[in-house]
Design a protein around this ligand. Sequence first.
Ligand code: GLN
Length: 245
Amino acid sequence: MELKICHLFPDVLNLYGDRGNVTCMQHRLQWRGIDVSVQGVSIGQSLRAADYDLFFIGGGQDFEQGVLLKDLVGDKTAQIKSAVEDGKTFLAICGGYQMLGTYYKTWDGDQCDFIGALDLYTIGVKERMIGNYLFTCDDLDGQTVVGFENHSGKTYLGSGVKPMGKVLVGNGNNGEDGMEGARYKNVFCTYSHGCLLPKNPALADHILKTALEHKYGRAELEPLDDAIENSAHDYMERRLRAHGK
Ligand code: GLN
């Protein structure tokens, strides 16, 4: 078995070490003897979405998102949309999450028209939503995910897009409706930056299994020793429940 990972805009969208999620997926596959390749596709490079099984898009500030707008128009948008509709697996974080939606209106009034692969939109507010947070994950039967968020955008989901789960501590999508992230077909979107997957190994494996099953029909992942990863998760969960940060 083999997974081909496409890291979109690795040099532009990489806040808080978002690329660590790619390293994590790579290692969790290799530890099980599954082949993996990672290819970056950035500004000015053409994207052949059919060449990949799993796409990763990290976060970026409003500035970086603005820089990408021109590059996204046309073929890249079409490739990404068809990959989403074909059931390819995506993990998109924060700015990357917003980019899969229809538009982002920044707090100072700039309108960024995005890919529109998912029926969701984002409105920026001046006061940012920052901090460690905790949410449940519907795909993991309500298991908790610990994360870190830092965004000005408030995201609202349209019909046909489900949240990833419910916020227990923190803001999530907008700090209003109690939802976090977005799920559509095999697309996973979240506001959680940085070492999301290393400290939430069950989510990492769920995403890998989704991509492998889409490609091969069936995939069982051998369990790994996640004692250290789970203790990092559990420590943050206890801290967030006790102190809210
Ligand atoms: N620019 C977006 C916002 O502030 C995304 C930020 C991010 O990716 N951290 O909402």
